[in-house]
Write a protein that binds this ligand. Structure first.
Ligand code: SF4
Length: 147
């Protein structure tokens, strides 16, 4: 792997140290954000969907020269960021994250009943990372409300 490849394959959470504590991708394999294919792209977007730094991440990606802009960042693929640069509409949240966000009571009841996250995710038809991201977002929101 060249130095350029190494630089390209780091997520914003890794390259932007001020985000590390808050970004959902801080604990995720950076390769996920650069893997080709729809399945990997969807999984990366699910991580981004619950990320508190999503807007800042997207803005930083859009500030890059197009030739330096790779992978899923700010919840969008390269193609979607190009559309955004051209002023065209892009999806703002994945369908699976929308499903989780609409099911908070169900998710919390199942988790409180001791059902493993993997099982709850399967019941909702979403990935575990989506569920984790949503729960992290809910926890952060609850904390902000309580402060
Ligand atoms: S939006 Fe996605 S890529 Fe950007 S910091 Fe958050 S999880 Fe990482």
């Amino acid at each position: 792997m060249t130095a350029l490849d190494t630089r390209r394959r780091r997520t914003p959470a890794v390259t932007q140290t001020r985000w590390v504590g808050d970004a959902s991708c801080a604990e995720v394999d950076p390769e996920l954000f650069f893997e080709p294919g729809i399945a990997a792209e969807r999984e990366a977007k699910e991580v981004c969907a619950g990320c508190l730094m999503r807007q800042a991440c997207l803005e930083s990606a859009l500030a890059l020269p197009i030739v330096s802009d790779f992978g899923v960042r700010g919840g969008l693929s390269v193609k979607e960021r190009r559309r955004l640069r051209r002023g065209q509409p892009v999806p703002v949240i994945s369908p699976s994250m929308a499903r989780v966000l609409a099911s908070r009571d169900l998710v919390e009841a199942r988790v409180a009943a001791g059902v493993p996250l993997k099982m709850v995710a399967r019941e909702l038809g979403v990935g575990r990372e989506t569920l984790r991201s949503a729960r992290a977002m809910w926890a952060a929101q609850d904390k902000a409300v309580a402060a």
